[in-house]
Ligand binder design. Structure first.
Ligand code: AMP
Ligand code: ZN
Length: 381
C-alpha cells in the first residue's frame, strides 16, 4: 500500500525542468538514454545514449528467446553505466511498452517499473511506433512538423502511412499486407550475397560505391514485380506488399545460376532498391489521392524508421509525392533505427501535453495499433 505522501509525489504538478531515463527493448536492440528537459521551448539535451544490438548474423534472423536473454544480459549494466555517467536524480521513467515481442518488452518494462517504484517517480509506457513518428518533433533547430501531418513509418517490422492529428490521434491510411519494407530489402540483399547487420544499409552503401556501374542495366536485367496494381475488380488498393520481391529474386537466381560478378551484384542491388521504392511511392500516391479530402491541410511529411536513413528514398519522396506536400522531416541519421531517445521524447510529449502516466500494473502489449494509443488499459490521466 502506498503512503499518502508517495501518492502525492506521483501526482505532483510537472516540474519546470526535469530529467528522463528511457528504455527500449521491443526487438533486438537494448537501448537506454537520458534526456535533460532543461527548457520546454528547446530540444532536450541528450546526456547519455547507448544501444547494444543482438548479433543475429549466424542465426539469419531474430530469435525471440535469444533477444529476451540479450536484454536480460545487457539492460541492467547499461542503466548502471548511464546513471553513473550522469550522476543526477531522474524525474521520469519512460519505457517502450509495445508493440513488440512480449518477452523482450517485459525486460525493459520490469526494470522501468522497479526504478519508478524505487525513485517514487512517474512511469510512462510508450508506444514504439509513436516514438518513430514523433522523434522529428524533437528538433534542436526549431523546425518541427506541426499537426496535422503525414508520416511514413518504414522499418524492419512496419511499413505504414499514418495521418496524425495530435500526439494521441492517428489514422492508418496504408499498411502492408505481408512483410515490412526493411525486411524485404534485407532478404533480397541477402539473396545477392550482401552480408552484415542492417543489410539494406549495406546495400545502399554498395550501390553508392559505384553508382555508374549500378545504373548500367546491360549487366543483368531482372524481372521484378509491381504488386497491387489495378486489376479486374481491384482498384486503387491502399496497401503495400513486399514479399513478392523476395520470390522474384529467388526465381531469377535459380533460373540464371551463373556466378555473379561484382558489377552484376551492384546492378541487381540497384534494380531491387529501385523496384521496392517505386512500389512504395506508387502506393503512397494512391493513398494520398484516395484521402485527398482528409489531407487538405496537410503540408508536412515525416519519414521515420530504419529505412528512412536511405538517401535515395528521401530523394524519391521529395520528387514524386504531390506538390501540396511542401516540407519533409526526417530524424537525425542515428535516430532513424530503433533507439530509446524517441521513447523518451514521445514520453515527454505525452507527459507535458496530456499529463499521461502509466499504472504500475501495466503489462507489455504485443499488438498495439498506432490508431489506438489511448485504448489500452493502464493509462493514468
Ligand atoms: P528499425 O526496425 O527501425 O530498427 O530499422 C531497421 C531496418 O532499417 C532494417 O531492415 C535495416 O536494414 C533498414 N535500414 C537501416 N538503414 C538503412 C538504409 N540506409 N537504407 C535502407 N534500409 C536501411
Ligand atoms: Zn522500430
Amino acid at each position: 500500500m502506498l503512503s499518502p505522501k508517495c501518492l502525492r509525489n506521483l501526482t505532483k504538478p510537472l516540474a519546470r525542468n526535469y530529467k528522463v531515463l528511457s528504455i527500449e527493448t521491443s526487438c533486438d536492440d537494448t537501448c537506454v538514454s537520458i534526456l535533460d528537459r532543461f527548457d520546454k521551448n528547446k530540444a532536450p539535451s541528450l546526456l547519455y545514449n547507448q544501444k547494444v544490438t543482438l548479433d543475429s548474423l549466424e542465426a539469419g534472423g531474430i530469435i525471440p528467446t535469444r533477444a529476451h536473454v540479450h536484454h536480460q544480459q545487457k539492460l541492467g549494466l547499461i542503466v548502471q553505466q548511464a546513471l553513473s555517467k550522469v550522476q543526477s536524480p531522474m524525474d521520469v521513467v519512460c519505457v517502450a511498452r509495445g508493440p513488440g515481442m512480449p518477452g523482450a518488452l517485459s525486460v525493459g518494462l520490469d526494470l522501468a517499473k522497479g526504478l519508478s517504484v524505487a525513485w517514487n517517480k512517474p512511469l510512462i509506457g510508450v508506444h514504439h511506433m509513436l516514438g518513430h513518428l514523433l522523434i522529428p518533433r524533437m528538433n534542436s533547430n526549431g523546425k518541427q512538423p506541426q499537426f496535422p501531418f503525414l508520416s511514413l513509418l518504414v522499418s524492419g517490422g512496419h511499413t505504414m502511412l499514418v495521418l496524425s492529428k495530435s500526439v494521441v490521434r492517428h489514422r492508418i491510411l496504408c499498411d502492408t499486407l505481408d512483410i515490412a519494407i526493411g525486411d524485404s530489402l534485407d532478404k533480397c540483399a541477402r539473396e545477392i550475397g550482401i552480408r552484415g547487420n542492417m543489410i539494406a544499409k549495406q546495400m545502399e552503401a554498395f550501390i553508392n560505391e559505384d553508382i555508374e556501374q549500378a545504373h548500367n542495366i546491360e549487366y543483368q536485367k531482372i524481372t521484378l514485380p509491381n504488386p497491387l496494381t489495378n486489376k479486374n475488380d481491384r482498384i486503387n488498393l491502399q496497401a503495400f506488399s513486399f514479399s513478392p520481391f523476395i520470390t522474384a529474386i529467388k526465381k531469377h537466381l535459380a533460373k540464371d545460376n551463373k556466378e555473379l560478378t561484382e558489377a552484376n551484384r551492384r546492378n541487381m542491388a540497384y534494380q531491387i532498391q529501385e523496384a521496392i521504392f517505386n512500389h512504395l511511392l506508387k502506393r503512397l500516391n494512391v493513398s494520398i489521392s484516395q484521402n485527398a479530402d482528409s489531407l487538405v491541410d496537410v503540408k508536412s511529411f515525416v519519414c521515420s524508421g530504419g529505412v528512412s536513413a536511405n538517401m535515395r528514398l528521401r530523394e524519391k519522396l521529395e520528387n514524386e509525392l504531390p506538390r501540396e506536400i511542401t516540407t519533409f522531416y526526417y530524424p537525425e541519421l542515428d535516430l532513424c533505427t530503433d533507439n530509446s531517445v524517441m521513447i523518451g521524447w514521445a514520453g515527454i510529449e505525452l507527459y507535458e501535453g496530456y499529463n499521461l502516466k502509466t499504472d504500475l500494473s501495466c503489462t507489455p502489449i504485443r499488438k498495439w495499433p498506432v490508431d489506438s494509443i489511448l485504448d489500452v488499459p493502464g493509462w493514468i490521466h
